[in-house]
Design a protein around this ligand. Sequence first.
Ligand SMILES: [Zn+2]
Ligand SMILES: [Zn+2]
Length: 258
Amino acid sequence: MKIDFIAAELRLAMREPGCPICRLRDEAEYGYLYFLLYENVNDSSTRQQIVASLDFCSQHTWQMGRIETRKFGQAMGNSIIYESLTAIVRDHLARIHDRVQAERRSRWRRGWERWWERLLHRSRRLPRLDEIRPQATCRVCQIGEQTGQAHLRWLLEGLAQPQSDFRNWYLHSDRLCFPHLRRALELAGPETEAGMEFLLCDALGYLTALRADPDEYVGKQAWDRRVEAMTEAEKVSWLKALRFFGGNERSQDGHRPA
Ligand SMILES: [Zn+2]
Ligand SMILES: [Zn+2]
């Protein structure tokens, strides 16, 4: 059953280091790109989605390149996708270039207009750039966002039930990062209010503890405390803070998220 599957995925993610939702999002994005390269490079709806956003975002563009060279040892899929996309973008730019030239020729004929605009300090109207405005956001980011939302809703439902195992699993996890905690609080409704309260209460305790170690780290940099040894927790405290605010560090090397 789909629900059991999502609960099992969440449980596994909460056993791993870092924010469980960042992890599930990264896995979904990696999986989408992997299967795109494996068998969907010539799929028309996949290609339409890439054209609608005029490529993926920068991160997913590079990730697709890295995955193919790492996993498949060549760049055939990337070459096919970008051969087509390059031609499309070149056509768009050629049309814009034609409009710029046509506008300039027309303005040359209407020299009085230039004089009038200069007199009124009006800026010149430049041709529209509709063709090169993406009609959609990066498809891979969309997949990641949808996956993250589905799991967050399910997490909230699980945490809303005091007797369920979710609370115990969550308390033994590295917790949600701040962006996903914020998203969870936004997604909560009347039926998951208890889950929202649980997350808030837990976050307050977590942040109180998270603040103590960096405080000691800074204190022990002072001249009069320089001989005091740092604990392991204090040494990595800044990393925990970065992970809370920035979410899990994202893989750029084309490997499956660790
Ligand atoms: Zn996260
Ligand atoms: Zn993206």
